[in-house]
Design a binder for this molecule. Sequence first.
Ligand code: GAL
Length: 478
Amino acid sequence: MSALDVSAFPSDFAWGASTSAYQIEGGWNMDGKGPSTWDTFCHAKGKVFEDQTGDVACNSYQLWEEDLKCILQLGLTHYRLSISWARILPDGTTNHVNLKGVEYYNKVIDNLIASDVTPMVTLCHFDLPQALEDCGGWQSTDIADIFENYARFCFKTFGDRVKLWITVNEPYVYAKLGHEDGIFAPGIKEPGISAYLVGHNMLRAHAKSWHSYNSDFRHLQGGQVSIALNSDWAEPLDPGCPKDVAATERYLAFSLGWFACPVFGTGDYPESMKSRIEARSLELGYNQGPRLPRFSKDEPSPLGTADFFALNYYTSRKVKNLNGARELSFTGDEGAEGVTDPSWPISGIYWLAVVPDGLRKLLKYIKDTYTSLPIYITENGFSQSGPVQKEDDDRCTFYQDTLQEVGKAISQEGVNVKGYFAWSLLDNFEWAEGFRLRFGLFHVDFSTPELKRTFYRSGREYAAVISKHHSQTKSKLV
Ligand code: GAL
């Protein structure tokens, strides 16, 4: 990455890396932690690659100091972690607080701050307490208030030190992969129905929490709250074909727009989503009420409930029109299919086509369509599968090209990008793919109990980029 021009990045740019609790912590039943949906999902056979689990993962619950060393070696200014909800509230409610869990996160947060690293904390990164799933989980109306209570507990407990909050990570992924496709926890397969309900309740939970923070905590703590949205960049497969062009708009509406439009746009779902879902319900004779729920006037509106835009970007798609699905399904409603361009290299797994300039285009699209608020890229990364390559040149090229595009988004497109968080600090448990995909800046040796962390070349080079930017900033000040 030595060729990277860092002059486009503002002096206070956040250089970060991200992780999430279930993917790194392990200690799945230690010290009073309750089970989460991911514990249950992994313990049921046949759900995850080779029946692997996050029971131990990187054992960050016990080896946090090793993670901290990695963070310091990288010279990160920011670190994004998530709280395991069930570690601090084993049944998901504030009726019972697990003090050992609270202690763990206090230690992590205090150590970060003492090391001059700003924490960004996600409240729910896919791992819902199982006790709440047993009462309907994200499909239940009550979950929004329960989440708000949990969020308030975290604001009260950690908010004196944590100033950057993410309520929910990637509602699209947890709703769709977990409740439409059934390939993520909680493994529900109710095509065309549950994902919309789950997404809706996640938005309600997020909005209530933001409003709580805004009225009761902001004046005391001065922090910021957002929701992390994932999106591909999308372009028509055939730009000359009006149907592909319309399908591309739907593709973006059904992914980014599903959540961005209520929060940053109109306060409601995208028009194309509402009309398509309604028309298809009629067409397919579905008459059990609206599949896409409506926002109630009696609850706080989702509109304006974010202090910054948090974007997870991994890849891009060429989109073609898809007609005629005869069964209820999200994809049928969306009426679009995304494919990869044969010229795009694939990183580790079939879906992860490497398209760095897609990030620049998406950043510009967000600025033009939704908001001029600052944007943090809260996840972006490149995976390896097969024999480990510590000299991961492809990943180095990936980071260099991607950061170059972020620089261009700032200097040429005028996008207010405040920070970049690489996914991930460490190799970790990659959900249904288990440990066979490695996204780390640090390699983790999962074959020994020490779970030793060692630099990949990409990690060393990322550290060099951060340090180059730091020296440039300092020399400008002198
Ligand atoms: C995201 C998710 C992360 C990570 C990443 C890589 O969807 O938020 O937890 O797994 O994908 O696939």
